[in-house]
Write a protein that binds this ligand. Structure first.
Ligand code: OTU
Length: 650
């Protein structure tokens, strides 16, 4: 019945579409619309069915999809068709990503294009350019407070530059990832300005209130995201004479997805950038898309409905384009962003693996893989046609988002353990070589997160200061160990731009008043081309890191068992200092790689019996793909050097 009604509505809508749409050849569009309409209609109905203008909004939505399809270039349409056939294309082990700020890496988009060879030399073939859309110069949150979603910040270039860059990347088989900030806008966005001027239509784009009554009720259950710099979740706008919801910074106004107009605007923006040549769109802060009084206003069921709807709409117009979910939430919640209650990914195909990231940092601090093992074990199964974005560092702080129960099972009191980690990485813990900074400290809850560059967090900065060769060596080994993990774990590894040359914390941001209070800028400094130049200087720190990474990246790409078909198996080993897992090629079960990592600063022993029972070490030795050397068994044991990682094959 419902399906029939949905079909009838589709016909009705098609008749109502603007005549321009009727004049173009839309064969594939109609096929895809037909295939997805039932889902789109039911989701849209679940979200907005109560409204009297529901049908009108539905027509506008389909119209938006059609208009953007008409604008899609023949080349992108061709790529859509190819990817529809080869739909698991992004699960291949050949992809290796890097996130960078275009201005910090190379001034602007043209400069970025000119400096692609550095990325290619390293083996990077997926480029996440941090947000480049127009933002107010001061209150920009590093690009996440967008003032105009259709305009590139003139400091970086023009839309044309993006198109040219996208074409160059495509020719070189490099994927382009762009950010879409779906949850909020800058308070200087046209919608916000018009809301401020009293236009009801645009006040309805946000959560706007006359007095504190509702805001106070919301506050009762909402945590604070930036407690130190932007406490609370609402901001008084003097000119509007009203309160507005601002979950992040006070100048970032949360969009109200209870209004279908907001959804339609956003899908239009998503498709606009898909049409400019983005292969993948990173959807920022997706956990926050739906606010419900009495809840934490994160991970609400409706947030998932919105993402499903976005995906289904994208399938109609630009099916070759993937979504990355940026949901830095608890392990159990993250996997839901592939699709709540689904088998195949139906929201975002890719999600930040914040759990793995924070567990890796736990292993660095404790020099022990107990919690890492536990956390990986309780990581929910991800869906078919879904994959992780595995990273060590990114532009944000490190949150300690492991599961409390796992911590208890490892014998830690979760709160005390988090305290230890903060102390360790901020260098307060006796003997810690880390030079991180506490971020977002909340005196009310005792929570804090950590800022700092990879190199400074693993102790390279202090080791260089004290000229301690042994400590320098440990830091370099830790950097390589962490990367060997994200390169082999299963998923797309995403490097962070300064890490391959060991860039340290930079305090330059303190001189800029608009950045001074946000210490995430300590690890967002200008790319040091001078340092990068040393990557070819034998024996230099830069060369040791860069060449080590380059080699592992090349190896990953040729190791078919590393493609992400959910074949990772954790091996239960007695030694808690070690993480041991196997990766097996889906089509050839004989093709397995055994990954062994030692997080301790001392050599560790591993009994081979358990490895043998899983089919490894059937002969006396196995080949380490990373070093090219054979690892041999003595007294039924193998010895793992400190801070080392092995990718073993027969
Ligand atoms: C994201 O961050 C961005 O990555 C940050 O750079 C932005 O400041 C923020 O959104 C607002 O646009 O929303 O889902 O711990 O991890 O703010 C998680 C803080 C986010 C970040 C969190 C994150």
């Amino acid at each position: 019945m419902y399906e029939q009604a949905s079909h009838a509505l589709l016909n009705e809508i098609l008749v109502k579409l603007k005549p321009e749409i009727g004049n173009v050849r839309l064969r594939h569009f109609y096929t895809r619309l037909g295939a997805n309409f039932y889902a789109i209609h039911s989701l849209f109905h679940q979200l907005y069915g109560e409204r009297s203008d529901f049908k009108e909004q539905m027509v506008r939505l389909v119209e938006t999809l059609a208009f953007r399809y008409i604008k899609r270039t023949p080349q992108l349409r061709k790529s859509d068709l190819a990817r529809e056939i080869n739909y698991n294309w992004f699960l291949s082990q050949k992809w290796v990503g890097m996130a960078l700020y275009c201005d910090r890496y190379a001034d602007d988009l043209k400069g970025l294009r000119a400096n692609l060879p550095y990325l290619q030399e390293l083996g990077v073939n997926m480029l996440h350019i941090m947000p480049i859309l127009d933002c107010p110069p001061d209150n920009s949150d590093g690009g996440y407070a967008v003032r105009d979603f259709h305009r590139i910040d003139p400091r970086f270039g023009t839309t044309k530059d993006v198109e040219v860059l996208a074409a160059t990347l495509r020719r070189n088989d490099i994927l382009l990832v762009l950010d879409i900030v779906v949850n909020h806008t800058s308070n200087e966005h046209e919608w916000a300005r018009r809301a401020r001027n009293g236009e009801k239509k645009y006040q309805d784009y946000y959560y706007v209130f006359d007095d504190r009554e509702i805001p106070d009720r919301f506050e009762a259950s909402m945590p604070e995201i930036f407690p130190a710099t932007s406490p609370g979740n609402f901001t008084w706008d003097e000119e509007m004479g009203k309160w507005v919801m601002t979950v992040f910074n006070s100048y970032q106004w949360d969009l109200n997805y209870r209004n279908p107009a907001v959804f339609i605007e956003m899908i239009d923006i998503i498709l606009f950038w898909a049409n400019k040549g983005a292969d993948i769109l990173r959807l920022d802060a997706v956990a926050f898309l739906w606010k419900k009084m009495g809840s934490a206003c994160q991970n609400e069921h409706e947030a998932h409905l919105i993402l499903q709807l976005m995906k289904d709409c994208c399938q109609v117009t630009a099916p070759g384009v993937l979504f990355i979910a940026e949901a830095i939430v608890s392990p159990n919640e993250i996997t839901k962003y592939f699709g709540e209650d689904a088998i195949n990914a139906k929201e975002c195909e890719i999600a930040y693996n914040a759990t793995f990231m924070s567990l890796l940092w736990d292993a660095v601090a404790t020099k022990n893989a107990a919690l890492l093992n536990m956390g990986i074990n309780s990581l929910p199964q991800k869906l078919e046609r879904a994959t992780w974005l595995n990273y060590v560092r990114c532009h944000d702080d490190i949150g300690l988002g492991f599961n409390d129960n796992d911590a208890w099972l490892c014998g830690y009191d979760p709160a005390q353990h988090r305290r230890f980690l903060i102390d360790y990485f901020t260098g307060r813990f006796p003997g810690s070589p880390a030079k991180g900074l506490p971020f977002g400290e909340n005196p009310k809850t005792g929570d804090a997160r950590i800022s700092g560059s990879l190199a400074s967090l693993v102790g390279l900065e202090s080791a260089l200061e004290s000229q301690n060769e042994e400590e320098i060596d440990k830091a370099i080994k830790t950097i390589l160990l962490l990367h060997s993990m994200i390169l082999s774990f299963g998923g797309i590894p995403l490097l962070y731009y300064g890490d391959a040359i060991g860039m340290l914390n930079s305090l330059e941001y303190l001189a800029e008043p608009s950045k001074r209070d946000d210490n995430r800028w300590v690890h967002r400094s200008r790319f040091d081309w001078n340092k990068a130049g040393k990557r070819h200087q034998a024996g230099s720190v830069e060369q040791r890191i860069f060449s080590g990474l380059k080699k592992m990246i090349a190896l990953r790409k040729e190791t078919t068992a590393f493609a992400d078909f959910d074949d990772r198996q954790l091996l239960p080993v007695e030694n808690p200092k070690l993480l041991v897992f196997s990766r097996t090629e889906i089509k050839n079960q004989h093709n397995s790689v055994l990954v062994i990592a030692n997080f301790d600063i001392h050599p560790q022993k591993l009994h081979v019996a358990v490895l043998r029972s899983h089919g490894f070490f059937q002969r006396g030795s196995m080949l380490d793909r990373c070093s090219g050397e054979r690892m041999t068994v003595e007294n039924d044991e193998i010895i793992l050097p400190p801070l080392s990682c092995y990718w073993l094959t027969d």
